[in-house]
Design a protein around this ligand. Structure first.
Ligand SMILES: C[S@@+](CC[C@H](N)C(=O)[O-])C[C@H]1O[C@@H](n2cnc3c(N)ncnc32)[C@H](O)[C@@H]1O
Length: 195
């Protein structure tokens, strides 16, 4: 595991807008307790799931809670994980064995032998969006002004009724930037996502 890339690397600090969480909510109805393992109380996952009646447990590396060392009592695990540990996160989730939904870059997600093995052995479901998700660069940001050069989807197990589901998202982005203007940090993020 690339532990040198744990929180603070920069590339993992992108935060999910509420509009990317709303399409998942109908599928989470059967689950009472949901663990958000990459989240603080500021996370939109924590806020949105709590507002929708779930009991939410949240943990984050900044509080000394390393996902890879934890196993919380819960009915499902939901979040947007650190991109630099995509493979390790997926393998750990299958090891824990709870239903999960992880929002992540879909480009190249099946192009890794380890992920291929994990999905072939355990099965996988995908919730695919009509638009790319624009992430916040801080919890204080009021707008998402980055247009990432990759598509995101929920990679799930034990959550969706079919292997692939499609959902429309409605963005609240007022200010869009073209791919030409994407910041260097987002280009690095693209490298992480497609790795
Ligand atoms: C892509 S961000 C998403 C944050 C939040 N889930 C959201 O969607 O707004 C992933 C977060 O996971 C945190 N993180 C990185 N490694 C972690 C670990 N081993 N255990 C828990 N959190 C970790 C990062 O610091 C980062 O804040």
């Amino acid at each position: 595991m690339k532990m040198d890339k744990v929180a603070g690397s920069g590339n993992d600090e992108f935060y999910t807008p509420e509009y990317a969480i709303l399409p998942l909510l109908p599928y989470l109805k059967p689950f009472n307790v949901i663990w958000c393992p990459f989240d603080t109380r500021q996370s939109n996952f924590v806020k949105c799931l709590t507002d929708n009646g779930h009991k939410v447990i949240y943990t984050h590396i900044s509080n000394g809670e390393n996902f890879f060392m934890l196993n919380k009592e819960c009915d499902a695990i939901v979040s947007n994980p650190p991109y630099s540990f995509k493979t390790e996160v997926i393998e750990r989730l299958f090891q824990i064995g709870k239903p999960f939904a992880m929002l992540m870059g879909i480009v190249g997600v099946f192009e890794s032998q380890r992920r291929f093995n994990a999905f072939r052995t355990n099965g996988v479901e995908v919730l695919y969006f009509n638009k790319r998700v624009s992430y916040y660069t801080s919890y204080e940001a009021k707008e998402t002004d980055l247009e990432p050069p990759f598509s995101s989807a929920y990679i799930c197990h034990g959550i969706l009724p079919k292997q692939i589901e499609f959902a429309e998202i409605t963005k609240d982005v007022k200010k869009k930037r073209s791919i030409k203007n994407v910041s260097q940090s987002m280009i690095s993020l693209f490298d992480e996502v497609t790795a």
